[in-house]
Design a protein around this ligand. Structure first.
Ligand SMILES: [Fe+2]
Length: 291
């Protein structure tokens, strides 16, 4: 089961709606895993979309009623996710509810929903600003690997205490599945996340509560969302430091070639490993942060 009682906020109405959202997402995941008929896909997506819109409106009204300071940023997250669901709906309508696009949608929704409810929504009740606290780091690669660990802990209950980190300079791209994100602004280049197959499957299994045996589109899109959230959080920390930093959409691939001197960190866990590389366009920028 996807829903866990630890996800509760303690606001009955919102918790009830979150449980419904998780149930609908689980139905969507089951439909794509079973290779259901187009009508089942249409129904599952239709329910989810309508409920997402209804729930976001209600949750924002609740935030306004308690004068939550992070409302605007939170509303923006809701708006972006609604856009994501609507653009999937458009693509699916155009391609006749293609099974691969459905898997892609299910992975994105699962990862986004879990992180949003477990992290962002919890801030409503804790009163913390949606942007989070300031983070301290010496090297960019440390910031990005810490963000990845935070997100894996939040989303998949990873025990970060048992994770072992070691520096891999220069970065060597090893991994069974790569997700890269282009960074623009003062920090220009690519952040590359190389997941071992074991870790990829473990993460998605922990998120969905289902047995996952192959790296399909669902797994890939959930990893893209995980990487997107990790890099987004790191970019927010850079902006807090007065740097300009924006991230482009994640790109997934089975292999990755790089030239130049990237810096890297390998995160080893009991359930597989993740190698993170920072390939900066301007070597000066990467060096400047390594003091
Ligand atoms: Fe929310």
């Amino acid at each position: 089961m996807m829903w866990k009682d630890s996800y509760r906020l303690g606001v009955e109405r919102i918790d009830h709606q979150h449980i419904e959202l998780f149930r609908m997402t689980e139905d969507l995941v089951n439909a794509v895993r079973d290779g259901a008929a187009v009508e089942v896909y249409q129904k599952a997506l239709g329910f989810l979309k309508d409920y997402v819109i209804y729930h976001f409106r209600d949750e924002e009204a609740y935030q306004a009623s308690i004068h939550y300071s992070g409302l605007e940023a939170h509303r923006e997250e809701h708006r972006q996710f609604t856009q994501t669901v609507l653009s999937y709906e458009k693509r699916l309508t155009e391609n006749g509810f293609d099974a691969k696009t459905m898997k892609d949608l299910a992975g994105t929704v699962t990862a986004w929903l879990i992180y949003h409810v477990v992290d962002t929504d919890q801030k409503i009740v804790s009163g913390e600003d949606a942007a989070g606290e300031e983070k301290y780091f010496d090297r960019y690669v440390d910031l990005f690997s810490n963000s990845a660990l935070d997100v894996m802990e939040t989303m998949a209950g990873m025990d970060r205490g048992s994770a072992k980190l070691h520096v891999t300079d220069p970065y060597q791209p090893i991994g069974d599945i790569f997700v890269s994100i282009h960074l623009v602004g003062d920090l220009e280049g690519d952040a590359v996340f190389g997941f071992s197959k074991e870790l990829a499957l473990h993460l998605i299994q922990s998120m969905t509560g289902m047995e996952v045996t192959e790296v399909d589109e669902l797994v890939q899109s959930a990893l893209c969302e995980l990487t997107n959230i990790s890099c987004g959080n790191a970019a927010t920390a850079l902006v807090k430091r007065g740097l300009q930093c924006d991230i482009k959409p994640p790109v997934v691939s089975e292999s990755f070639a790089c030239s130049g001197d990237g810096t890297g960190i390998q995160i080893g866990t009991d359930s597989g490993w993740l190698g993170i590389g920072m390939l900066m366009k301007d070597a000066q920028a990467a060096c400047a942060a390594q003091k």
